[in-house]
Design a protein around this ligand. Structure first.
Ligand SMILES: [Zn+2]
Length: 241
């Protein structure tokens, strides 16, 4: 399942260019559909995998200073490297409220964006606990890097305006693509899930542990859109596949 997201700014730019080029767009159902298709093709639409398991539309989280104080204190106690981000609301209902930018949890964490603090806290607990334990048991060495595919992303189901937003649209989901081991080896979800016995065992073991830590966990077993990552969120659940 793939979704198309048309950035409004590039759409406006397209119309400006189209106007200068003398492109005529008449009103009517056919020309409207054609216009949207042309606009999407030329205005830099981003096509990317969508998470099929999504929470229905809901209001953004409210700023919660007391919760943030407690949550960030726990992150510090767990030895996480992070800083608090300002609250952000975007058009279309997306928001990143009560978030941190997490860059380390014992291991280096790459490419994360805004992440709601409770999700970040559970992620740190997962990495420092079951992920490191599985790495030591299976590979005899620690994980030194967790390669994510990001967290906050303002996106909807299949790009349909009326569809509900992904947990990513609330900074409430993290996608993990792979892990780096101390000896330089990399375990990727894409190649490891059905790869060597070691990699397959490691990835299934940490998925099972993730199902105890997060509300929703989606792996390559869920669908093709998740063939290259584990989706971890603190939305509705529990759902584990
Ligand atoms: Zn995801």
């Amino acid at each position: 399942m793939r979704s198309a997201v048309c950035p409004p700014k590039s759409a406006l730019a397209f119309w400006a260019i189209a106007g200068r080029m003398g492109v005529m767009v008449r009103h009517g159902p056919f020309s409207l559909v054609l216009s949207v298709l042309i606009l999407c093709a030329l205005s830099g639409c981003v096509f990317r995998p969508a998470d099929r398991h999504r929470a229905p539309a809901r209001p953004a989280a409210l700023p919660n200073n007391a919760m943030m104080r407690q949550c960030t204190a726990e992150l510090t106690r767990m030895g996480a490297a992070f800083h608090v981000l300002p609250d952000k609301r975007e058009p279309g209902g997306c928001s990143a409220i009560n978030t941190v930018l997490l860059t380390g949890a014992g291991a280096r964490i790459t490419q994360l964006r805004a992440t709601q603090c409770p999700l970040a806290r559970n992620f740190v607990a997962w990495v420092k606990g079951p992920v490191q334990q599985a790495a030591r048991d299976i590979y005899g060495q620690p994980v030194i890097r967790v390669d994510t595919l990001g967290s906050y992303a303002c996106r909807q189901v299949r790009g349909i305006a009326s569809a509900s937003l992904s947990e990513h649209a609330f900074a409430n989901a993290i996608d993990v693509g792979g892990f780096g081991l101390a000896d330089g080896r990399r375990i990727a979800v894409l190649t490891g899930w059905n790869g060597s016995q070691q990699d397959a065992a490691f990835l299934r073991r940490i998925r099972k542990a993730a199902c105890r830590q997060f509300q929703t966990v989606l792996s390559p077993d869920y669908n093709l859109a998740h063939r290259d990552h584990l989706h971890l969120d603190m939305g509705r659940g529990p759902y584990c596949r």
